[in-house]
Design a protein around this ligand. Sequence first.
Ligand code: T1G
Length: 688
Amino acid sequence: MSIRIEKQGQAMIVRLDNPPVNAIGHAMRLGLRDVLDQLDGGVDRVVVTGAGSAFAAGADAREFDAPPAEPHLPDVIAALEQCPVPWIAAINGVALGGGAEIVLGCGYRIAAPGAQIGLPEVTLGVIPGAGGTQRLPRLVGMKAALDIIPQGKALKADEALAVGLIDQIADDPLQAALALDLAIVSDRPAVSAMPAPGRDDEAIAAARDAANRKMRMQTAPQRAIDLVALSAELPFDDAMQQERAAFLELRQLDQARALRHAFFAERGAKAPASLKDVAPVDVRSAIVVGGGTMGAGIAYALDRAGIAVTIVENDQGAVERAGVNIARLAEAAEKRGLMSAAQSAEVKQRIAVVEGYGALPAADLAIEAVFEEMAVKHAVFSALEKALPAHAVLATNTSYLDVNRIAAVLSAPSRLVGLHFFAPAHIMKLLEIVEGEATSDVALATGFALAKRLKKIPVLAGVCDGFIGNRILTRYREQADMLLLDGATPWEVDEAMAAFGYAMGPYETQDLSGLDIAYANRKRKAETRDPARRYIAIQDRMVEQGRLGRKTGVGWYRYPGGGGKVVDPLIEDLIREEAHFAKVARREFSAGEIRERLLAAMINEAAAILDEGIAAAAADIDLVTLHGYGFPRWRGGLMHYADTVGAGAIHERLQRYRKEDPVVWRISPLIERLAESGGRFADVKPAE
Ligand code: T1G
C-alpha cells in the first residue's frame, strides 16, 4: 500500500514507502486515508517520514494522464491537518511537490540537515495542487512564497528554517519527532487556519518579471503567481477550489505534457537493453589527448567524477596552455562557490598534463579531443594503442568525422567508441555515444557507464555526418540561409525562432560560437557536395571578410562593445547581392512561415535519422535537441513537438515546399508512412 505503519509507545510512525523516491500515487493516498480512518485513542502523535533516502518526490506524475482517482491528495492533507491526533513531519530527505504539501499539512516540521523541501511543480508545467499555493504563503509570507513556487525552487533545510517553512533541524528527525513536547503543537493553529498573508503587489510584480525572464512563454509560473496572490484575497477553502481547478486544467495542456515527456525521457536515457549483461571497463584512470577548451573541459569533468586523469599534449607550449585551461575551470568553480580555494588548488595539482605518450599511466580509457583532421586522429590513436593496456577503451570526441574511418587505424577497432561531448564539456549534460561498425559491447557499455558517473544524459547515435544533433543543425542552418536569400533578414529569422521559444535564434547563436567552425565544415564537404543541391554562399563570403561573429566584433550582427548587438545593414546588402547573383526574386516572409519552414526542415531530417536507425527512438532526438541545441523544454523536444503538429500536417507542408525544390525538400519516407497511417514519431520502434 506504499505505506508502512509502526507503533512505538503512543506514537504511530507512518513511512511513505514507494521506492525509489516515494512518489505519491493512488495506493499511497489510500494508505494515508486508511491510517486516518483507523487512528484510535491509543495514539498521541503520528510521525510521517520517508522510507529510504527520500521523504517523497511529489505526486506520481505518471498518473497525470489518467482521470484523478479518489482520495485526492488535497483532501488527504486536509484530513491529516484536521486530525485530532497531531501529525509531525520527520523530513529525512527530499520533500518535493505533494511531499512538501504533506509537510505543510502537518502540525510540526522537523528536517534532517541534508533534507530539501520544495514545490517544483511548475517544472512539470503544473502548479502545487494539494494546498501549496495557499498554505505556503500563510506559513512563510507572500514574498517568500513567491520566491519559491513560481520558479519551482527547493530549499535546503537551513534555508527552510530561516523562512519558517520548518520548525527544527535534527540529525535524526524521527527521534526528535518522537521526543517532541506535544504542548508545542497543540498550542498552534493549523497552517490553513493561520492568518492570510498581506497582499504584496511589489513582490507579485517582481515574481511575474522573474518568471517572464526565466520561464519565458510558460503558463504554469504565471498561474502559480495568480494563486499565491489569491491567498491574500479569498478564504482558504474558496482559494483551494481555484487551485484544484487550475491544477486539473494545466496538467492536460501541451506544456505540461511536454515537460512531463522531457522529465521521463531524461530518466529513460540509459544503456540499451542489449548491454544489460555486459560489464563495462571500470574506469579509474583516463587519458585525455588535447588540452584545449574541449579537452580541458572533459578532463575537468572526469576529475570531478573521481577519475584520475592525465592530459597529453604534443609540445611544452601546449602543455602550459592546457594547465592554464584547467586552472581557469577550477578558479571559475571556486569563484562560484562550488569548491573551496583548497579544493581548487587540489584540482590544478591533481590533473596531470604531460608532453607526448612516453610515460602514460596504465589508463582504462582515453578520450581524444584534438584537431578535427583525420590524419591527426589517426596519429593519436596509433600512439594510444601502443601506449595503453589492451583493455583500455579508446574514444573520439569528434563532432562529425567518420568514426569508422578513425577506428580503421587500430589493430583492434572494436575498442573505439565515439563520445561526443558538448561545449562546455563539464557543464552540458548531453553526451552522444556513437557506435561504430566495429565498436564492441564493452566499449559501448563503458561509454554509458561513464555518462552515468559524469551525470550526463547519454544518447546512442549511429555513424553519419553529424550523428543526431549536428545533422539536424545543418538542415536548420541551411534552411535559414535559404530564407535569407529568398527574402528574410537574419533578425527576422532570429525573432521568429525566439517567438517559438528558443532563447536565441540561429544567427545570434552562430555569432556566439563563431562562423569559422561551420565554414571549415562546409569546406571539408565541398568535394562531396551534391551539385544538384542549392548552395548558399552568404556565410562563406562573411567568413572570408573576417566577419566571424562576437569574437571579431562583427558577424551577422555588429557588437559595438558592452555586450549588446545591433543589426548591420551591410549584411542585408551582402544578402541582396548574393540573391542578385543567384537571380532570386526576393519576397517577404512572415514569422509564422519562417518557423514552419525551419521546423519542417529539422523534423524532416530527424525523421530520416530515426528511419535510418541513427537514433533509436524519437525521445532520444528530443533529448539531443533539448540538451544540446536549445530547443524549448516546454515543447518537449523536436519530435514531441512534431507529434503535436501531426505527421499529416507536416507532410502537407513538405509537399508544398517540395514543389519549390524537390532536392532540398525530399520528404523522409517515415513521414510519408506516418502521414498515411496517422501514427506518431513517439511510437516508431528502432529498425530491427
Ligand atoms: N512521479 C513519478 N515518478 C517519479 C517522480 C514523480 N514525481 N519523481 C521521480 N520519479 C521516478 C523517476 O522517473 C525515476 O524512475 C525514479 O523515480 C528515480 O528518479 C499535487 C502535482 C526526487 C529529486 O517534480 O526531481 O507533486 O527511471 O532518477 O536523481 O502539488 O526524481 O527509476 O524508472 O530523478 O535521485 C512534483 C520530480 C510532482 C519532483 C530524485 N515533484 N522528481 O532524483 O532520481 S507534481 C517533482 C525529481 C506534484 C502536487 C504536484 C527527482 C528527485 P526510473 P530520479 P534522483
